[in-house]
Design a protein around this ligand. Structure first.
Ligand code: DHB
Ligand code: FE
Length: 269
């Protein structure tokens, strides 16, 4: 059965690419190198990295144009569904006993646009370890390390402890690296936390939060930083406060409040 949306965009893509091949006099060898690159990309376990680096932020921006509430951010290639549910109310992402990195307490509140707290929102958080590596993607890390799910409380509030992720260098030895090297670009993304929010009536939102003052905010290889997603992080050294979080070392405190606007068809009850 013909799908009109597919017909419109795929036929336009086809026209655009045929024109592009003629314009740049792309040879058959170059064409085959491009298709081989896509195959090698998947075989190298880079998932959608090649496309995500170049194109995902643009598609995410399109979605943000007619969305109310907090802006969405790119998902990136390293999300995995089915992360473990965490015990509350002081949630802690699964981590190795000697997990490297400064502890990070990430907290905030989820509300509707009208400011009404949203209880029971599922938050699905994942971030890189202190070496910039993701569990189940990069080798040698326990399954589900620094990945977990929990819900906002009766006042829409949430809290989770993880570690401060470093600026992240995307894999540079694979096919995506070959392309970026040929362009003379660097491989870094600014440090970031990934989070998805889910609510039975409001749907799903994908966010990503960056830290004010950190490197690569202005030169993200994936060009995905949006000012609304840059949060302030503060080092907390007060032993009374660290003890409250079960810690005997300083931690970083970061807050972000999500405004979860209903999908267009659903009203803000
Ligand atoms: C990309 C995004 C990420 O969040 C990440 O960790 C790696 C790569 C990307 O869009 O390419
Ligand atoms: Fe990431």
């Amino acid at each position: 059965m013909i799908n009109n949306r597919v017909l419109t965009v795929v036929e336009d893509l086809e026209r655009t690419l045929v024109e592009f091949i003629r314009k740049h006099r792309v040879t058959h060898a170059e064409y085959r190198a491009a298709t081989d690159l896509i195959i090698a990309e998947v075989q190298a376990g880079e998932m959608s990295l090649l496309f995500d680096v170049f194109l995902e932020a643009a598609a995410t921006d399109v979605g943000n144009q007619d969305r109310e509430g907090s802006v969405e951010a790119i998902e990136g290639p390293f999300y995995l569904p089915g992360a473990p549910w965490l015990e509350g109310p002081r949630h802690v992402l699964p981590q190795r006993p000697d997990e490297a990195g400064i502890p990070l307490v990430f907290h905030g509140q989820v509300t509707t646009e009208a400011g009404k707290p949203l209880a029971g929102v599922e938050l699905d958080l994942w971030n890189a370890d202190a070496k910039g590596l993701y569990s189940q993607i990069h080798p040698g890390i326990p399954d589900w390390n620094l990945r977990g799910r929990f819900r906002s409380d009766d006042e829409g509030r949430f809290e989770v402890r993880t570690i401060v992720p470093p600026p992240y260098e995307i894999p540079k030895d694979g096919p995506t690296g070959t392309v970026l090297n040929a362009l003379g670009r660097h491989f870094f993304r600014p440090a970031h936390l990934h989070v998805k929010l889910r609510h039975p009536h409001f749907g799903e939102r994908t966010s990503q939060l960056y830290f004010e003052g950190g490197p690569y905010l202005d030169s993200d290889v994936a060009n995905a930083v949006r000012t609304e997603l840059v949060i302030t992080a503060q080092l907390v050294e007060d032993p009374e406060l660290t003890a409250r979080y079960g810690l005997d070392v300083p931690f970083v405190d970061a807050r972000y409040d999500f405004v979860f606007a209903p999908s267009p068809a659903v009203s803000d009850g």
